[in-house]
Ligand binder design. Structure first.
Ligand code: B12
Ligand code: SF4
Ligand code: SF4
Length: 333
């Protein structure tokens, strides 16, 4: 059955697939509690640690997990723009939640032709720890930047998995291989110093987090957000393990990763949904992007937009008013 599933995946273009029967993740309990105590975790992850520690909490019948990696952004290189906002490559094109889910549904349909089985599809939004499950299934190993790095595609991979009641022969790769050695390029390159010297991150310092949170952003982190409107790619772009990706021929429409800041400030909710609603990065809604636009306008010193920023001082949203004031201070300092 395992071999048949590998062939099914190949027939729909997926060549990185793995299997694990590890259901109990309580071995991560102390690590997760320590992160929380140290203030390194964030509100974008499941807060109830006990829910995260056993796959059977969300799918009691689970016997085997089928994990896949879907590479993205082939050929992606660093973009610079001094008058636009930037989106991370993880938000490029069709929302990856939908894309990976559809691929997993395709695999399910084919397995169902062979056997009756129960399953649950997980991509990003479950309380479980996606990377640990996929690591155990043999999809990759951790880099110091905490990204799961696949041997063939590097870390520009979206990951997802099927919890199933099938009894499959599993790979179960439990150890952590040190794949970074003495390299620490990402540690030195991270704009906010979020990556620890010996690996791991303080999520609350990560620019990707800062572009998504609705909480107050400490002023000392704001300059380092530069003109990011969603996500951050720095620790992946600099990683030598991603040469397999960055050296590919680029087919990327870089314009679609750039945001017209003037337009964003003036957009209605419907206009925002029409233009950006299908992108993974728009999930927090227009006001969070608008807040980030105000930070970017301040960082880029876009004096030409000062009148528009001033209008935002009377925006009904308190968050927008606060960041409009900070932006005005930067534009007039
Ligand atoms: C919350 C969250 C975030 C938060 C916090 C991330 C973090 N590192 O903790 C923020 C907003 C910062 C974030 C950012 C990004 N995210 Co995110 N995120 C999540 C989410 C929803 C939960 C992650 C979580 O539980 N974090 C808590 C920690 C404990 O979990 P973890 O990071 O997976 O921890 C394991 C490893 O990092 C490793 N580890 C941790 N520290 C150390 C230290 C050492 C020395 C070693 C060896 C290993 C190691 O062991 C941990 C336990 O298994 C997952 C989806 C999910 N349900 O799992 C996506 C997910 C992790 N994100 C993903 C992506 C793509 C990103 C971004 C690249 C998006 C972007 N371009 O901006 C960045 C990358 C930032 C980074 N360096 O991690 C992918 C990762 C794919 C991959 N190849 O690894 C995931 C899996 C979503 C998906 N299904 O595709 N994310
Ligand atoms: S995504 Fe950006 S801010 Fe976050 S750890 Fe990587 S380089 Fe640092
Ligand atoms: S840049 Fe270097 S240290 Fe960071 S994840 Fe890549 S190989 Fe590891």
């Amino acid at each position: 059955m395992k071999q048949k599933i590998i062939e099914i995946a190949k027939s729909i273009g997926i060549d990185e697939i793995g299997f694990t029967s590890v259901m109990d993740y309580s071995y991560l309990g102390e690590f997760l509690r320590r992160r929380e105590r140290m203030g390194y975790s964030c509100e974008l992850e499941e807060q109830d640690i006990s829910k995260r520690l056993d796959v059977r909490n969300i799918f009691p019948e689970c016997r085997s997990i089928i994990a896949i990696a879907v590479p993205y952004g082939a050929g992606y290189k660093k973009t610079a723009s001094y008058s636009k906002g930037l989106l991370s490559i993880s938000s490029y094109g069709e929302d990856y939640h939908k894309k990976v889910r559809n691929i997993l549904s395709g695999i399910v349909k084919e397995i169902e032709k062979l056997v009756d089985f129960k399953y649950k599809i997980c991509v990003d939004t479950s309380p479980l720890i996606d990377r640990e499950i996929c690591k155990n299934a043999g999809i990759g190993n951790y880099g110091k930047n905490t990204l799961l790095i696949n041997e063939k595609y590097g870390s520009f991979i979206n990951i997802g998995y099927l919890l199933t009641d099938l009894e499959l022969e599993c790979d179960n790769k439990n150890g952590n291989d040190d794949i970074c050695g003495s390299c620490s390029i990402c540690v030195k390159s991270c704009p906010n110093g979020a990556i620890f010297e010996d690996g791991g991150i303080n999520a609350r310092k990560c620019v990707s987090y800062l572009t998504q949170t609705k909480k107050e952003i400490p002023s000392e982190y704001m300059d380092n957000m530069k003109n990011q409107i969603y996500g951050c790619d720095v620790c992946q772009l600099v990683c030598p393990k991603n040469r397999c990706n960055t050296e590919k021929h680029s087919e990327i429409d870089y314009d679609s990763l750039m945001v017209d800041l003037q337009e964003l400030l003036q957009m209605s909710n419907d206009e925002f949904k029409n233009k950006y609603g299908n992108m993974a990065g728009s999930w927090r809604g227009k006001n969070v992007w608008k807040r980030n636009a105000l930070i970017a306008i301040g960082n880029l010193k876009m004096i030409s937009l000062i009148d528009l920023v001033e209008n935002e001082l009377s925006n009904p949203s308190e968050m927008i008013r606060v960041y409009a004031r900070l932006c005005m201070d930067k534009l007039t300092e």
